[in-house]
Every structure is written in C-alpha cells, then in structure tokens.
Design a protein around this ligand. Sequence first.
Ligand code: PLP
Length: 381
Amino acid sequence: MGLSKTIWTNPTEFLRKAQPENPVLFFAPQIVQATARRFLDGFPGLVTYAVKSNPSEEMIENLIAAGIEGFDCASPFEIDLIRRLDPDAAIHYHNPVRSRADIAHAVASRVMAWSVDSVSELAKLVEMVPAAGCEISVRFKLPVAGAAYNFGAKFGATSDVAVQLLQTVAEAGFTPSLTFHPGTQCTDPEAWATYIREAVVIARRAGVRIARLNVGGGFPSNRGAAVAIDLETIFATIGRVATEAFGAERPVLVCEPGRALCGDAFAVAARIKAVRDGSHVFLNDGIYGSMFEFSQIGIVDRISVLDAEGYRRTGAPEGRVIFGPTCDSVDRLPGEVMLPTDVAEGDFVVIHGMGAYSTVTNSRFNGFGDLACVTVLSLRL
Ligand SMILES: *Cc1c(COP(=O)(O)O)cnc(C)c1O
C-alpha cells in the first residue's frame, strides 16, 4: 500500500506511513453524516449550515449528501461556492452589513433571505432588493451568559431598534422574520430560551406576525474530554419554549450551526519539532495556523500523543508550555497543556474536535501553515 491511497483507516495509519513534517488535518466524513443526521432528526425546524466555520468543499459536499439544503453565507465568495456546489440550495445572507456591490452580487445570485440589524443597512436592502418572496430577518441581541464568545459585541439590534426595523420590513413588502445568535460554543439551553421569549415581545410590540425565527448557531462541539455534549436537550428546549411563547402563531424555526456540524469531524496532528532543553514543546502548527481559536476561547483538551512509530505515549500527564513554529511570541497555546511526561521530538500531538474555525484562520505567516487534509474512515487512533 503506497501513499497514493486516498482514504486511510485512521490518523495512526497515515502518520506511521507518511511521517508528515507539516501539520495534517484528518477528516472523517462518517462523523459529518452522523452529526448532520442528529440535527435533521432532532432540530424542530430547518437546519442550515454556517459556511464560514469550515468552507472546505469536502465538508459542504458531505452536508449536501446528508440532506442539508440551506446555507448561511457571509460574503459573495461563500455565495458563489454554494451556488456552484448546490445550485438550488437556499442561501441565507446573514451578514448584516454589506457593501452595495455585495448586495448586487447576492441579488444576481438569487439570494432570497437576508438579515439586518440597523436602519442604514435596511434602507440599502429596501432600495436594492426586490421585495416579492424575499425574507428579511431582523437580528436582535441580548446580554446572555453561557457562550464561550459573545457575538452581541458586533452585531444585533437592541429590542427597541428591532421593533422599528421589523415594522419597516413588513411595510416594505418583505417577509418579516427575526434572528439572533446566542454566541459560539454555547452549552446552556436557557440562552436560546431567553432569546425566544424576547422574540415574542419584539414581534408583539411591532404588531408584526413573523414568518420564521432563526435561532442562530452557537451549538457546542466536543472540546472537553470530560464534557458530554447534549444537543438533544437544546433542541427540545427550543421547540418547547417556541410553542409556549408563540402559541398558535409559532413561526417556522430555523437554525444555522457551524461549529457543531463540522467541529468533531476533524482532528489535527502537529509534529513536535523540538523539546527545548527538556522543557518547552515546539509544534509545527500554532496560533497562526489551525489553532488560532485557542487564543480566543481556550484550548480543546481532547489531546493524544503518538510517538513517531504511531504508538501512544502513556506517561503521566504534566503541564507544558507549547509554542507554535513562528518567531512571534504570541504564537503560544494558552496556559500550560497537559501532555504525557515522556513526549519527545518527532512525536505527533493529535488534537480532536478541530473542524471549526481552523482551516479558515490558517495563515502562511513565516512560511508555515502548509496544512494537508487527509480523509480517514475513523478518527480513533
Ligand atoms: C458564525 C455564525 C454562525 C455559526 O456559529 P457557530 O458558533 O459556529 O455555530 C451562525 N450564524 C451567524 C449569523 C454567524 O455569524
């Protein structure tokens, strides 16, 4: 069996044979299929995918094969990508700030669903987008605890502004809807519940019956070895609270997960370039590579170390400082990372749950970041 094989059994088989000197992202399509099924079976509404979290074609193709028919896009590039891979997909252009050129591009690309969070940007849409059959979702925000990263800091109207926007949307002849994003890696179902209850208040104050309520992304993926992810409880809470709050006027529900659909389907293997004087570990990947997000929301602690022959290191866990390969001192994983005491130069550090916000933030700073993607049947080492 040579290196031309396209699907490997698992990361161990590849690492043993290929001895890669650059970081490798392992992709397990079966996990995407299973996770997409979990959403399609469990979420009480339409499931769309937030393309920005991982726009690789193998990821998108797998979601289409699994039955995902809608995509949340944030740019003309993402719109073109989806139109090319699935000409009939529903595209939701849910970046609430767009240039006029962006808007014209999306209209020409048959985009029929938009979001907005300000008077000035709504005026641009009303001027440039034909209203017939088109939906505009007003994005609102609340201060909510429970997420790893606060999305309300950049986007979302206050409730008062949302009331005004919703009225303008309806008066201009668009289909009025509401949307929010509770913040990424949100593990608390009550975050969604609080937003849904506020959505009713906004719709009633505006005197507008909303067609759809998009509950955003933010669904968690498995970052901590000790934390089980309970998507089903979040789905059940969303369905129950929407019915309680809206009663007979319950809108169609939509979600737009990114991380939760792609995160667990990928693992990264980074090679140890050096253990400097027996202490600091230097990897061939770091903050300027696939691990940018660690500096924002903390490290994924599902980590295993394999020696160069592919055997698992079993030494007792010990906290280590880990640096990435660039010359910038920012290029350090946060805190100390627990690694087996017997780690050595040439070992592979395999980090699971690396599908989201990893390929997209990988830069070529200092000439590093030549990240290969390898398809595997399973991510079990
Ligand atoms: C980023 C984003 C998402 C996806 O968020 P995840 O935390 O990856 O699920 C969904 N909707 C909007 C509008 C976003 O900006």
